[in-house]
Write a protein that binds this ligand. Structure first.
Ligand code: NI
Length: 179
């Protein structure tokens, strides 16, 4: 029966890997093997964590699986401050006719647009449910998104938009270029 058992183990690993891409956390106080052991022990206990990799030189912890808030809490439990390292959200421009510019923004877990200033009035049309973290004027707020529930903002808005959750979030942005 060994081929059956082997196949089962393989598909389980595959399933775990395709659920979400690994998340990286910056832990500035990582300095030695003791830190590696302590952090690995705590993070390994977080439900659904498939792997933990601590890099002493880069001072990073890379984790497959698990919920980000629980992973940060586990690193804290080990005695270290951790912050999530964000990747870049992706922008796919769908239309620009000089009157409107339509862009689909996709935010994988742990991604951000980076700070930007809006040059035009714009409308956001959420195409997923979820929440986004908005960083503006030194303050952080969480904005809920609901599919099809649009909202408008004016030009001059200056912010960073991030997905600090564990599920992908997306919206379509319509910029009004001609007013
Ligand atoms: Ni924006």
């Amino acid at each position: 029966m060994w081929p059956v058992a082997g196949y089962g183990a393989l598909s389980l690993t595959k399933k775990g890997r395709t659920m979400a891409s690994p998340m990286m956390y910056l832990v500035p106080e990582i300095s030695c093997e003791h830190c590696v052991t302590a952090i690995t022990a705590e993070v390994s206990q977080v439900p659904n964590v498939a792997s933990v990799e601590v890099n002493i030189d880069a001072k990073t912890v890379t984790v497959e699986g698990g919920e980000s808030s629980q992973i940060v809490a586990a690193i804290d439990e080990a005695g270290y401050d951790a912050s999530r390292i964000r990747s870049a959200a992706t922008a796919e421009q769908q239309l620009d006719d000089g009157v409107v510019r339509v862009t689909r923004w996709t935010f994988p877990p742990g991604s951000e647009t980076g700070a930007h200033v809006h040059q035009y009035d714009y409308v956001v049309v959420p195409i997923t449910n979820g929440a986004l973290t908005i960083e503006a004027d030194g303050e952080t707020t969480v904005a809920p998104l609901a599919i099809g529930v649009s909202y408008q903002r004016g030009k001059g808005v200056d912010h960073n938009v991030a997905n600090d959750g564990d599920v992908e979030v997306a919206f379509v942005e319509v910029e009004l270029l001609d007013r």
